[in-house]
Write a protein of this length. Structure first.
Length: 496
């Protein structure tokens, strides 16, 4: 039976003998980016294997860095690491690099990910495998010839491999989190734009404090485009005007009579409590500020500095201003991050992409005017931002039911406008995963009685528009019976 030393000696001898194969691997991987998606037929097994790429990629990240640390510790005489152990880790890192690169390349071939960031990530993976292959080759050559002239080249390649690893990992993270994911909170604020807080002397209680927390927690449901209960909170005039309820939203000098204050102070389990379930509630400081402001005249021109002189509210103002500064900076950085994510996309000349003014991490998508061709395949160009899209309008586009597969991946989608598209409803069932979808407009489409029933599986749907469709009255009545809370509109809806 062979001893462990004999096995290691044999493995080392075989590795040294066949080390030139590594040069072929290093050169071969450089040709991978020349193969483009859709040039070969991608089967389900390609999709299945490709999606293991994010799991496997963590192995080379740890191993390549570990090799560099061990080499530095050995050369500085801090710790003596056996050469055979470094060789095993280095060889394992090469194997994991190859597996990860192959799986990533399969994922690339499916066409699920497109754009410049994907190309950069692919090239990063290729260069990483290239540099690790050469590092292993030079490591083996060094230990065969014992030539000190080889070691510097090996060490330099090892450093370059780790630098390439950082770059490649950053591009991979950017595909999911945006280009500024790593640098967003960098202490030195190396951003293209700098956040400058508004001086406290210029701040107003209503505009800079009340509006700030209503913007984050209330205005997504009470704005010009979506006014639940007829209430709009985006301007002081609309706030005073109030909604459709019998009680006024704001009564100056009386928080008790103001519906907006009553709603936010009800028990959480009350049906009238605001904001509704799933949205962040006002904290104690925000409730206190709102009450004090209303009870003291609800003056939109009242300055923060003047309010802070009042002992009743002074401590609350100071605490909240500290929280507000952090919130405003985070929102600025989020908006910058979302903007950079939009800029990173390729081929967006036929769509309009804007940042949600009430939620900086969300994106609005709409067709440009005058309209240009937009079909199912064009959705692929938008894949990096799928999870950020909260409102999408494909009015007048060439989308068919095949596009529902990709729309079903827009997990944050709240409103979907499909007027005058080519859909018939065969793929409507694929929207059942959209747990946030509240509005669906199918006006002027060829949706049929049988297919429209799939909307019963949309868990959060509140408004359905069926203007100028062939849906029968019997089916509409059946839908209403099964989901009485759903508002079915047969008139023309709003255009977005």
């Amino acid at each position: 039976m062979m001893s462990s030393n004999s096995i290691l000696t044999k493995v080392k001898a075989i590795s040294i003998e066949f080390r030139f194969v590594l040069l072929g691997i290093a050169l071969g991987v450089l040709f991978l980016p020349l193969i483009k998606p859709f040039e070969i037929v991608t089967s389900e097994s390609v999709y299945f294997l490709g999606r293991f790429h994010p799991l496997i990629i963590h192995f080379p990240i740890v191993l390549i860095l570990l090799v560099l640390i061990f080499e530095v510790l050995t050369k500085t005489n801090i710790l003596k690491i056996p050469n055979f152990l470094i060789g095993i880790i280095l060889g394992t890192s090469l194997i994991s690099c190859l597996i990860s690169m192959i799986l990533g390349f399969l994922l690339y071939l499916t066409g699920e990910y497109t754009g410049e960031i994907v190309r950069q990530h692919l090239w990063g993976g290729v260069l990483l495998t290239f540099s690790v292959s050469l590092s292993v080759f030079l490591f083996l050559s060094f230990h065969q010839k014992k030539s000190q002239n080889i070691y510097p080249f090996y060490f330099i390649l090892l450093v370059l491999a780790n630098l390439t690893l950082v770059y490649t990992s950053h591009q991979g993270g950017s595909l999911t989190h945006g280009k500024e994911y790593l640098s967003e909170y960098f202490p030195l604020k190396l951003q293209q734009a700098e956040w400058e807080p508004k001086p406290v002397e210029e701040m107003l209680i209503y505009e800079d404090v009340i509006v700030a927390f209503m913007d984050r927690k209330c205005m997504s449901c009470h704005n010009e485009n979506k006014a639940k209960g007829g209430l709009i909170l985006t301007s002081f005039e609309d706030l005073v005007k109030g909604g459709k309820g019998e009680h006024p939203s704001l009564v100056k000098n009386s928080s008790i009579e103001s519906e907006m204050y009553r709603r936010v102070t009800l028990p959480v389990n009350d049906d009238d409590f605001m904001p509704p379930e799933g949205k962040p509630s006002l904290n104690d400081n925000e409730v206190s500020l709102l009450k004090w402001w209303i009870d003291n005249g609800a003056d939109p021109e009242l300055k923060v500095m003047d309010a802070s002189l009042n002992p009743e509210i002074e401590s609350v103002v100071k605490v909240y201003l500290s929280e507000l500064g952090i919130q405003q900076r985070n929102r600025f950085l989020q908006k910058l991050n979302t903007g950079n994510l939009i800029k990173s996309l390729d081929k967006t000349e036929n769509v309009e992409l804007t940042i949600d003014p009430y939620e900086e991490k969300s994106i609005f998508l709409s067709m440009k005017f005058p309209p240009s061709s937009f079909g199912d395949n064009d959705l692929l160009n938008l894949q990096p931002i799928f999870q950020s899209i909260s409102k999408a309008s494909f009015i007048g586009s060439d989308l068919t039911d095949d596009g529902f597969y990709h729309i079903g991946q827009m997990t944050s989608l709240k409103e979907l406008y499909l007027q005058q598209t080519q859909i018939k409803g065969d793929g409507l069932s694929q929207l059942s995963v959209l747990t946030n979808l509240e509005l669906l407009d199918l006006s002027k489409t060829q949706i049929s009685d049988g297919n429209i029933l799939n909307i019963l599986f949309l868990p959060s749907l509140q408004d359905l528009y069926l203007n100028e469709t062939s849906i029968s009255k019997e089916v509409i009545d059946a839908i209403k019976e099964n989901n009485p809370a759903l508002n079915i509109h047969l008139e023309r809806g709003k255009f977005f």
